[in-house]
Design a protein around this ligand. Structure first.
Ligand SMILES: [Zn+2]
Length: 456
């Protein structure tokens, strides 16, 4: 059941932009992008269309929208609370402390706030890792927010945040059965703007028997799977990827999130099975206890990773910071100041252009939607952004990819389209500003209900 009306039939022609297509057949060009019926219609020089609204792309970069392959959107009203939190502090405050007190309305507001900030910073697809399935109403509220915001969302149905401790780290509870209702009645259409995946705990967070049953359920329902693995010391002991491979469960329908303490052998198993990975580089460098970003080790294993924000309670919700953090950690590896997993000599490196690819086309691949989005390929849905290169913080833009990665921020994002629909233009969101007032009220209510003091 799609909540979207018929596709936007407005035609838009962006003229004279620096186009970073992420399509190897097109490459980077100075040229035009024509959007018609919600799709990329043509990319090239000297395009004309009498019916199209023309947007001047001079001194602007046009690229596919960023794809965030792992964010816990429900925490959108709790953003920036604990930039110096450890993993344990995050868990005790957010998942265990506040999670049980979320009402469906709080989930709706949190998701909407996360979506609006995402769009503002040029994210056109978010994979919402929703471990707030406290009731069917919570789940429905989370999904409803994605329909309202206009973003493309891959909704990953997860477990509840009630009894959070019982659902993780050796859990013997199987995945909530409500996922069958969601698949059958709420998100049955895999071609819609909002689609369904399964956020499973796998053998790192549940018993192997539960993991096997959950994976069977997801596959029975035709759902792709995401799984957090390689979480600090715990991940080192669990060897989740190896156990999946040994059990015959590892498959190309899986995206592995973090992989910080997954071994090099396990990363090779992910590659050999055609599975994908999501590096939450900013979160991983900010939060002690998880381990360090596996970006370079994934490259060594033959995997081009996707990137993700994870939780806005600790790190900024934009992909510029995520790209910069991945690069910052790589430079520590080069300097010989890396964590214990990255001391093998000769790890492959990446540059700014690679990071733009990780944050776009590789994100689409990790979500299994690269036939629809992730590059400016004619026929794909028109999910694209335009970044002002003539803003003071980017001038003079010498190497465009390097400028966007090193200096870019949400304020430089001038235009955002999802499926051809304009969600931000001339640097201004077209809807949704009111949600940020509601987010503050939701935050206050949650802290009060949980009996936690709000920071002064
Ligand atoms: Zn996460």
């Amino acid at each position: 059941m799609s909540h979207d009306g018929p596709p936007d039939t407005g035609r838009i022609l962006i003229k004279g932009a620096y186009v970073m297509s992420q399509d190897p057949g097109i490459g980077n060009i100075v040229g035009d992008v024509l959007i018609a019926d919600g799709r990329i219609s043509a990319v090239g020089a000297g395009l004309h269309d009498d019916q199209a609204r023309v947007i001047d792309g001079a001194r602007k970069a046009v690229l596919p929208g960023f794809i965030d392959t792992h964010r816990h959107n429900w925490q959108g009203a709790l953003r920036n609370l604990g930039p110096a939190w450890t993993y344990q502090e995050y868990r005790s405050t957010v998942q265990i402390g506040l999670g049980p007190y979320f009402t469906p309305e709080d989930v709706h507001i949190g998701n909407l706030a996360a979506d609006m900030l995402s769009v503002d910073s040029g994210v056109t697809t978010v994979r919402d890792e929703s471990h707030i399935s406290n009731s069917p109403q919570h789940t429905d509220a989370a999904i409803e927010a994605h329909w309202e915001s206009g973003i493309r969302a891959v909704f990953d149905h997860g477990w509840p945040s009630t009894d959070a401790e019982e659902w993780q780290f050796g859990s013997s509870r199987t995945h909530p059965e409500d996922i069958r209702r969601v698949r059958g009645e709420v998100l049955a259409d895999d071609s819609a703007r909002v689609t369904l995946n399964a956020m499973l705990r796998g053998p790192e967070l549940s018993t192997l028997a539960v993991a096997r049953q959950d994976i069977r359920l997801a596959r029975e329902l035709g759902l792709r799977i995401s799984m957090h693995v390689g979480l600090g010391e715990w991940g080192t002991r669990q060897r989740a990827v190896r156990r999946l491979a040994d059990s015959g469960l590892l498959g190309s329908d899986m995206t592995f999130i973090h992989c910080c303490t997954s071994t090099d052998d396990e990363l090779k198993m992910i590659a050999a099975h055609g599975a994908t990975a999501s590096v939450a580089s900013a979160l991983e460098v900010f939060m002690p206890g998880l381990g360090q970003p596996a970006t370079n080790r994934l490259l060594a294993a033959g995997i081009r990773p996707s990137l993700s924000v994870d939780t806005e309670t600790i790190v900024s919700g934009d992909m510029f910071g995520v790209m910069r953090a991945a690069l910052a950690y790589q430079q520590l590896i080069i300097a010989g100041a890396a964590g214990p997993m990255d001391r093998e000599p000769g790890l492959p490196t990446f540059d700014a252009a690679d990071l733009i690819g990780f944050a776009t086309i590789e994100g689409a691949r990790a979500c299994g939607i690269d036939d629809r989005t992730g590059s400016l390929t004619p026929g794909k849905e028109a999910d694209l952004i335009m970044v002002c290169l003539d803003h003071t913080n980017l001038l003079p833009a010498t190497d465009v990819a390097a400028s966007v990665v090193a200096g870019g921020h949400a304020g430089n994002v001038d235009l955002v389209l999802v499926g051809g629909r304009v969600l931000k233009e001339d640097g201004v969101l077209t809807a949704g500003e009111a949600v940020f007032e509601e987010a503050a009220a939701s935050r206050d209510r949650l802290f009060h209900a949980a009996g936690l003091p709000l920071p002064a």
